[in-house]
Write a protein that binds this ligand. Structure first.
Ligand SMILES: NC(=O)c1ccc[n+]([C@@H]2O[C@H](COP(=O)([O-])OP(=O)(O)OC[C@H]3O[C@@H](n4cnc5c(N)ncnc54)[C@H](O)[C@@H]3O)[C@@H](O)[C@H]2O)c1
Length: 413
């Protein structure tokens, strides 16, 4: 059986991917690294890791000779590059969390090195592994719509999710993580490029941080929500309603490891999760649109927005022979045939596991790839293209200019 190490045993590296192995086997975890002792302890216990194979940092693990066949890199965005480069050179095959890196040059360098070293590498664009998007891909490849003309897609981030992850949480500030359109929407840019089956030619984008900023702070609101905010009863984002309820599942479990009320209150005081959403140090946008013209002529309008009740992806795909309307959370795909006026609804099996079944789906394929039982359906070049589009979107947003994608890449090599 192939063996695997994990660097970054957090929500993704411990609780999203390894549980697949608990349920289905096929891989043995043999080494782990994390900065938080509690996370190492729980991983060690769950997967029987010996003491000498537990490391405090990814750097330390990667300074050892190769410890396993494969490695899951699930640390924070800015660390992926150095760790991926070390892992490639040591000969690990890699499951690499997205974003590949917050720097386009680094993404291109990882792609180049992975090809040079013949590394089996899958970037965690988990949506490709969901039954929902697999069904859409099958329908489009079978030309159910005839020729695809245009796509209209939404990423509904959800107001509370924006506040948790992108105003208070790890992904709030571009300087310490990456632009919102990269970290959140590289999934969308990957999936639509895959469905449309073409690379992008031109792109333009607009958006900004409209709401979660100082200018919208209620009068006399303190920096930390716990400090008697006079607006507490009128605020949806008040930490008492968000993190100090009986529900200790996600997102509350992301604020610390001690889930007692005292432990959570301490975490709120000591971390940015206690920040008023209007006084945080967040810089990432809360809404952004992208317009793309693909090389095969298809056009797409994509919107990412915090200002929705649902956290969901919805889309419409318009073709010469018909139209598809789809909703990921509802697992709903509706097709209308223009000739017959016939409506068909495709039932997709409901998935209880993370990301509509994508977290387990990617592990299934990664293990298959390690054992040479499966071809890589998501080569790194496709993933890098989605990142290129995200970087181009940010450049367009910041300059109000349309970007020619090939020229943008040449300029950045
Ligand atoms: N594919 C997806 O759909 C998806 C979803 C959410 C997050 N992500 C990405 O996954 C990555 C991890 O996110 P998460 O939600 O698991 O965050 P997390 O904070 O829960 O986990 C990250 C872990 O890495 C550890 N860590 C950080 N630096 C380290 C180092 N130098 N050495 C060892 N351990 C280190 C931290 O202690 C933490 O436990 C991020 O890059 C994020 O963007 C991907």
């Amino acid at each position: 059986m192939k063996t695997c190490a994990v660097v970054g045993a957090g929500l993704r590296g411990q609780f999203a991917y390894p549980p697949y192995v608990k349920e289905y086997g096929g891989l043995k975890f043999v080494a782990v690294a994390d900065l938080i002792p509690g996370r190492i302890e729980s991983f060690k216990k769950e997967y029987n890791i010996s003491d000498d194979m537990c490391f405090e940092t990814a750097e330390e693990l990667l300074q050892q000779p190769k410890l396993a066949d494969a490695i899951i890199i699930a640390t924070m965005d800015q660390d992926h590059y150095q760790e991926a480069i070390s892992a490639i050179k040591l000969g690990y095959d890699i499951l690499l969390e997205k974003p590949i890196s917050p720097s386009l040059k680094e993404c291109l360098e990882i792609e180049r090195l992975a090809k040079e070293y013949n590394t089996k590498i899958i970037v965690c664009h988990v949506l490709r592994y969901t039954p929902f998007y697999k069904k859409l891909k099958e329908l489009l490849d079978n030309k159910i719509l005839g020729q695809i003309i245009n796509v209209e897609a939404m990423e509904n981030v959800g107001h509370w999710h924006q506040a948790h992850s992108f105003v208070r949480g790890n992904w709030r500030n571009e300087a310490t993580s990456s632009p919102m359109i990269l970290q959140k929407c590289c999934h969308d840019l990957d999936i639509y490029t895959w469905l449309i089956n073409s690379e992008a030619e031109y792109l333009s984008s607009f958006g900004d941080l409209a709401y979660f900023n100082e200018s919208n702070a209620p009068k006399d609101s303190p920096k930390c929500c716990l400090d008697n905010c006079p607006n507490r009863n009128n605020c949806r984002y008040d930490v008492y309603k968000t993190y100090l309820t009986d529900d200790i599942g996600w997102p509350t479990n992301a604020i610390g490891t001690d889930m007692s009320i005292e432990g959570r209150t301490k975490s709120l005081r000591e971390t940015s999760y206690g920040n008023c959403v209007f006084h945080s140090d967040n810089t990432v946008v809360d809404h952004q649109t992208i317009n793309i013209k693909y090389k095969n002529g298809v056009t797409m309008v994509f919107t990412m927005t915090a200002f929705t009740e649902d956290c969901n992806r919805t889309l419409r795909i318009m073709g010469t022979k018909g139209e598809i309307k789809a909703d990921m959370n509802k697992n709903y795909i509706e097709f209308i045939d223009f000739l017959e006026g016939r409506k068909e609804v495709f039932e997709i099996e409901k998935q209880s596991k993370g990301h509509g079944g994508g977290d387990f789906g990617i592990m299934h394929d990664f293990i298959g790839l390690l054992n040479d039982e499966m071809k890589n359906t998501n080569p790194i070049t496709g993933s890098v293209h989605s990142h290129i589009l995200a970087f181009a979107a940010d450049e367009s947003r910041n300059t109000n200019k349309t970007i020619n994608i090939d020229e943008f890449v040449k300029k950045n090599i």
